[in-house]
Structure formats: structure tokens, C-alpha cells
Design a protein around this ligand. Sequence first.
Ligand code: GLU
Length: 420
Amino acid sequence: MSKQYNPYDNVLKVVKNAADVLGFSDSDIEAIKYPERELQVSIPVRMDDGSTRVFQGYRIQHSTSRGPAKGGVRFHPAVNADEVRALAAWMTFKCAVVNIPYGGGKGGVVCDPNELSENEIRAITRRFTAAIAPLIGPEQDIPAPDVGTNAKVMGWMMDTYSMLKGHCIHGVVTGKPIELGGALGRNEATGRGVMFTTKNMLKKAGMDMAGTTVAIQGMGNVGSITAKLLHQEGMKIVAVSDVSGGIYKPEGLDIPAILAFLSKDRKNLLKDYDEDGLTRISNGELLELDVQVLVPAALENQINEGNADRVRAGIIIEAANGPITAEADQILEKKGITVVPDILANAGGVVVSYFEWVQNIQSVSWTEESVNAKLKEIMDPAFEAVWNIAHENDTTLRMGAYLIAVKRVVDAKQARAIWP
Ligand code: GLU
């Protein structure tokens, strides 16, 4: 891919289009075009070999108009300021579309967890947390897992922040280990939300879950749980991929066997997995397969003007943040492909993060059944609202989601008025 896509430009284009439909003036949306606060930090770490390396990190708060900033922390070599900015803004609109009382933020550290030892990852996490400590807190900004981070990292963040403050503060991060106040159901929440969304979408399209073919790009937390739950619902998962490439089997893959193989060792990759009848494909080829449903669950800009024309799926569920560029969106729309946007489809994670934070603040704990049921109570009406507004306005589901989200953010901003 030669062209450089700036995902933050993508966000601004969509917000502007939504504002035009809503009748908001440039002045109404001027403030939400800029992240409220950005912090770049240098993180010195003593490596296992005794050398010192300095990693770059970011925490960006796009908006706190509707509540504290909320959003994950990404550990990945491609992290940069524009990416974190875009991810922060998507969090603002994601929290707005499902109507939970948060703004949006995101953090990231430029590093490759696959090349680091656990000690080194913990050292990065602790020093990063200390560096962004002035910005975060249960009432200011609440980090969570994202690409390359997990519950263990959240446990270290919570501990570091608590040590700095001198007392135990559960609510500073979500997606924590259960023993530190993590919510039951949080680990599976994003994938479960994607499953609810897929179910809702297929129902609208008059299709059954059973036997419908799916390809999933990405086998991280979101991709793997999505695969597990869609498989349980009877969908036929014909292709999956990870950083090492993809595997394709038209009769349907043995998802439980694949998940067992990948979870055995964090170094296991699909290139080393085998079952009868597999064809090895690239990540790019996976996106162009003749399937009914495509679920990009990896990184941004995967479907762009270079390959959008070759996408054959009828429905795309955006489990990743920003997997489709603005140019590609237009191409897909012309081709009649229905896209369920990220800010709706993958909101399950942050919704259950919200439940975790509510439990932490009240020092209570809910059962997994009640968490899953409450998640459904939020995801199903949010889908219905987006579907209805999109159809009333004869527009895409992405625009429908932004019509709801931008209105909520601008209304909150206007109700507060500009200080001073
Ligand atoms: N990283 C997830 C997302 O992009 C979850 C964020 C959260 O739970 O705060 O939505």
C-alpha cells in the first residue's frame, strides 16, 4: 500500500457530512474537530540485556463533553499521533452512539509486544502509566485494553496508579483481571457485541445465522471471540487470519480447534496451524473472498481505494476501529455493500467497560449473565436506532450512527456552553 491514509482526516470528513445533514453550522462543530488535550511521553526502560531504550507514548483526550474520557491503550509498532487522535475521536462517537456517559480518549506506545519479554512489557506499562498519571483517573480519563494490551497490562496500570496515589483505586482502568475488580464478561464483550450486531443485521437482511458464510480478518481478542460466538450461532466461518497470514476452507473451519491452538501459547500463529482441506491465503486475499459476511477485526485502513472494488461480501461488520477508508466507503456504497460501522459494531467492549467502572465505583459485582443481558439491552436498541435513522434519511448505517452520535456530542457541548 503506497498511499498514506490519515485516519483522523477520515473522522473529520464523516463528522462534517453528518453535521451538514443535521443542519449544524461550521461553528457548531468547530470545537469537536480538535482533541481537547494531547500528551506525548518518552518512556525509558531498562531492557533485559541491561541496555536502556526509550519508547514513545501518547494519551489523547478527544472530548470530555459527555463525561470522562474513555478508551484503550494500544501497544503496536505503527502507533503514531494521528492514529491515536483518530482512535480517541472514534471513542467519543462510539460512547455517544450507545449513549453511555463518557467522552473519548486513547493511548498508545510505539513498541512490538511480540519482541518484548513480560518484564519489559511490565516496565513499559508502569513507566507509561506514571507518565500519563496527571491525565487519568476514574473521574477524568479511564484507559482499557486495545490492540497489544490485555487484562494483565490493565492490572499493572491499576497497581501503578494506586501506588502513586497511595491507596487502591479500582476505577482508574477497565478490562482488569477479575480479582482486581474486573467485570465478568468484559474479556468477551467486544466479540459478543459484534455477534449481537451481526444477528441484528442479518435479521434485517432476511438472512439466517445458520450456514451463512463469514471471513474474519484478525485473531486477537476481538477476532477470536467473534469467531467463537458466530460459530456457536451456527455461522460457517470459512476464513480467518492473523499477522502470519490467513487460512481458507469453503466447507467451514474447525473454529474450536483453531482457538485451542492459538490460546495454547501466545507465540502460536495460524501459519503453524493445520487441518484437512486448508488453503493458505494472505490477509489481502481474505478481504476479497466470495463470502456473505466479512468481519475486519484487525487494524485501520485495511479496505481502501486499492482493494474496495474487489470486495465481494454483501455485508461488512466493522469489528476493528477504522478498517475502511473514506474513499473505500464510497466505493462499497456504490457496489451496494452494507457496512455496519465500527462505532456501533464494536461498542460492546466499552459498554462493558462502563459496567465495570459502575461496579468499581459502587463496590459491587454483577454476575456474568446479568452483564451479558445488560449488554444486549444496550446493543439491540442502539442498532435499531441507527438502522431507523439511516433509513429515514436514505443514507448509510455509518452516516446513521454519526447522525445520532454527533448530535449527542454537539448537544452536550452546547448545553455546557463554552467556558469562560
Ligand atoms: N479498546 C476498545 C475500543 O476500541 C475498548 C475501549 C474501552 O473499553 O474503554 O472500543
